[in-house]
Design a protein around this ligand. Structure first.
Ligand SMILES: [Fe+2]
Length: 139
C-alpha cells in the first residue's frame, strides 16, 4: 500500500521532455516537481490548504523561468521569439486572474489538470521548436 502511494506521481518526467539545455531542463523539472507536490498534498487531503502557496510558488517560478528562457532566446537570435514570448505572457495572465484563482481554490483538481496540460504541451511542442532551431543552427 505504502509503495503504491510513493509511486503515484501526477506527472512522471520522461527523457523526451529534456531539451538538452541544462538550466532550462532543470527549471522545467522544478515546475513539474511543484505540480507533483500539489498532487501529493491532495492525495493526503491537504489540497485546499496548500493550494494558495503552491499557486504563489508556481507563479513565481514561472516568472523566473520565463525571464531566463526569454533572455536566452533573445541572445540566440531565435526568429520566433515574439510568438514564443506571447505564449509565456498568456500563461502569466492566466495565473494572475482573480477569477481563475477563486475557481482553482474551490477545485484544486482543475488547477492540476490545467498546469499539466499547459506545461507538457509547452515543453513537448512549443519549446521543442526553439530547441530544434538552436541545435540545427549549430549544425
Ligand atoms: Fe517556453
Amino acid at each position: 500500500m505504502q509503495m503504491e502511494l510513493v509511486h503515484n506521481l501526477f506527472i512522471v518526467w520522461k527523457p523526451e521532455y529534456d531539451l538538452g539545455i541544462p538550466i532550462i531542463d532543470e527549471q522545467h523539472r522544478g515546475i513539474v516537481t511543484t505540480i507533483n507536490s500539489l498532487f501529493y498534498a491532495m492525495q493526503n487531503k491537504h489540497g485546499k490548504k496548500v493550494l494558495g502557496s503552491v499557486l504563489n510558488m508556481v507563479t513565481e517560478y514561472t516568472h523566473i523561468h520565463f525571464e531566463l528562457e526569454e533572455d536566452f532566446l533573445r541572445k540566440c537570435g531565435f526568429t520566433d521569439f515574439e510568438k514564443h514570448r506571447e505564449l509565456h505572457n498568456e500563461l502569466k495572465h492566466t495565473l494572475s486572474s482573480t477569477e481563475n484563482k477563486s475557481s482553482w481554490e474551490s477545485d484544486p483538481q482543475k488547477f492540476l489538470e490545467f498546469l499539466k496540460n499547459w506545461w507538457i504541451d509547452h515543453i513537448c511542442k512549443k519549446d521543442r521548436i526553439f530547441r530544434d532551431y538552436l541545435f540545427n543552427a549549430d549544425g
